[in-house]
Ligand binder design. Sequence first.
Ligand code: FES
Length: 81
Amino acid sequence: MPERVRVKVNGRELEMPAEASVAAALMSAGVSGLRRSRTGEPRGPVCGMGVCMECRVRVDGRAHQRACQFSCREGMEIECR
Ligand code: FES
């Protein structure tokens, strides 16, 4: 397993430790609001353990992926609002 991987966050390329969570990659990119509530308020990670669902982002085109629950992979494309 490589020690570092390259991911894209909203089109911006970042190099991250391979074991870093997607949530960590987003924080490294300076992204704090990962999605919007139905009323338009920014939402971000709360629990960090897969329960609150507030960290949902689009990963490689798949919506509603919990950013705190999986690690970065080489070439991963992460999108959030
Ligand atoms: S931070 Fe709560 S599910 Fe990811």
